[in-house]
Design a protein around this ligand. Structure first.
Ligand SMILES: Cc1cc2nc3c(=O)[nH]c(=O)nc-3n(C[C@H](O)[C@H](O)[C@H](O)COP(=O)(O)OP(=O)(O)OC[C@H]3O[C@@H](n4cnc5c(N)ncnc54)[C@H](O)[C@@H]3O)c2cc1C
Length: 470
């Protein structure tokens, strides 16, 4: 990587670290470098050699337009006083103490790496997975490369009805010619190409008015060339409270969803190869199995119940039913993982904070901040992370402005690169990443695809090492 200027310029810069190069991390870096209040140098770390977080490893391969946001992130990364430290994991390569010794302020933007569990019997059976694993697998995320899914099962069941659940359903339903043109991982493409999945059940615990998917995702389902969407005949016979809500309070997304669902209901069966069933008002009770493998799922019917705060909850009835399946995905929300030594709220799966400033035992940490999913929980689209990051950056700047200490650059504290070099860490700079990106893009071009992703960290590092020498 380009050797940084270790000399102290005048006036000294505040050294800032951002940990996690997803949307929240990049938006925060962009704001920090744009502001004129105080001079700063910003280092952005990621545990992977690749930047962009879930834009690379979460957003579905058939949603390439959304990935254009990476061009904005690249412009941010091209500015002075910015460095990328890829392949450096907080907790593995660097500790909280070391970060606080080397930086005037640290911003954690590590996202929500794990997922929420259902807490029902049978969840650990072979064939029961989190959507996180499947999404990571089809997106070539190195953590999920070894995963295998039973695509011999003719029925697949997805628990949850948010956009991630719909992504999973769409990938299982797609015509292969369309997936072939994307940057889906090769192994996922091959496995899906011989998939026997024909019936895909997406299960929501509440009704259509409460469904969490957005109209854009719902509309896409109606245009899948080999798949028809099926709803129960009475799916849109709404209860009185939902009807009232729809007429008086519902936003335009909810109204549009209902309109789209009406369209699905009215479309007569067309005898297509696959069927995608949207099943409302049902919750899983138990995952059934034999010899350690999933054979089915037991569900119960719910009815809607108005809660004291006016929102609609799901209340269990005593009616249960079963679906046969060898493949189940839970998609009931992502969840943050604790970082070593960093405060963590186990209930919400987030870092406790006040407007982005981290709270430790209720007290503000003077130098530590959080943004993105690890700050507010796993909600919102890529763009939602911008105002969220700005709030945290504003808090950081106000704290630095009010600080009585001097920027570390003024003293004898060495650059973090020295520490990483002493530890033998292999740092991937932004220009290194661009070598890898160029390799992936060229390999993709040859096959008419946007890129062909490299699937393991070791291979990524090899590609970078080879090209650095050229
Ligand atoms: C499956 C899925 C599909 C989605 N599809 C869309 C979509 O189509 N459109 C849309 O607008 N939004 C979509 N989103 C939402 C969007 O991806 C998120 O809002 C956004 O990525 C959250 O940003 P973040 O920076 O908080 O977290 P992330 O994007 O998760 O970034 C966190 C980064 O931190 C790094 N990291 C984690 N731990 C460490 C550590 N210890 N040390 C160093 N680095 C670390 C990770 O490698 C990662 O790069 C989707 C989300 C998911 C899960």
């Amino acid at each position: 990587m380009t050797q940084p200027d270790l000399s102290c310029s005048n006036p000294p810069h505040w050294r800032l670290a951002v940990i996690g190069a997803g949307p929240a991390g990049f938006y925060a870096v962009g704001e920090l470098l744009k502001q004129q209040e105080i001079p700063v140098k910003v280092d952005l770390f990621d545990r992977l050699p690749t930047p962009y977080g879930l834009v690379r490893g979460g957003v579905a391969p058939d949603h390439q337009k959304i990935k254009n946001v990476c061009k904005i992130f690249d412009r941010i990364a091209s500015q002075d006083h910015f460095r990328f430290f890829g392949n450096i994991e907080f907790g593995r390569d660097l500790t909280r103490k070391e970060m606080l010794e080397h930086y005037d302020a640290v911003l954690y933007t590590v996202g929500s790496r794990s997922d929420r569990r259902l807490g029902i019997p049978g969840e650990g059976l072979e064939g029961s997975h989190s959507a996180t694993e499947f999404v990571g697998w089809y997106n070539s995320h190195p953590d999920y490369r070894e995963k295998r899914f039973n695509l011999n099962s003719e029925q697949a069941v997805i628990i949850g009805m948010g956009n991630v659940a719909i992504d999973v359903a769409r990938i299982l339903s797609h015509r292969m010619e369309e997936l072939r043109q994307t940057d889906i991982s090769d192994q996922a493409f091959l496995a899906l190409d011989s998939s026997r999945v024909r019936d895909i059940w997406v299960i929501g615990r509440r009704g259509p008015v409460q469904a969490a998917f957005t109209p854009v995702e719902a509309r896409e389902l109606m245009h899948l060339p080999d798949t028809e969407v099926e709803l129960e005949a009475d799916a849109l016979n709404l209860d009185a409270s939902s009807k009232k809500f729809l007429q008086e309070e519902a936003g335009k997304d909810t109204r549009k969803n209902i309109e789209l669902l009406q369209g699905m209901l009215e479309t007569p069966p067309r005898g297509m190869k696959k069927r995608l069933h949207l099943l409302f008002l049902a919750s899983p009770v138990e995952i059934l199995g034999k010899d350690g493998r999933v054979t089915g799922i037991k569900l119960r019917r719910n009815r809607l119940l108005e809660k004291p705060d006016g929102s609609m909850g799901a209340e269990a009835t005593d009616q249960t039913f079963e679906l046969q399946t060898g493949l189940i995905f839970r998609s009931v929300g992502y969840r943050g993982e604790p970082l070593p030594d960093v405060p963590f709220d186990d209930t919400s799966g987030t870092i406790p904070n006040e407007a982005g400033q981290i709270l430790e035992n209720g007290k503000r940490c003077p130098k530590e901040f959080a943004a993105g999913w690890i700050k507010r929980g796993p909600s919102g689209v890529v763009g939602t992370n911008k105002p969220d990051a700005i709030e945290s950056v504003n808090r950081m700047l106000a704290t630095l402005n009010a600080s009585e200490s001097e920027p570390l650059e003024k003293g004898e504290v060495p650059d973090i690169l020295k520490l990483l070099q002493n530890k033998g860490a292999e740092v991937v700079s932004f220009s290194d990443w661009k070598l890898l990106e160029d390799y992936e893009t060229k390999a993709g071009e040859a096959e008419g695809r946007p890129r062909k992703k490299v699937g393991t960290v070791e291979e990524m590092l090899e590609v970078i090492r080879d090209r650095r020498q050229d």
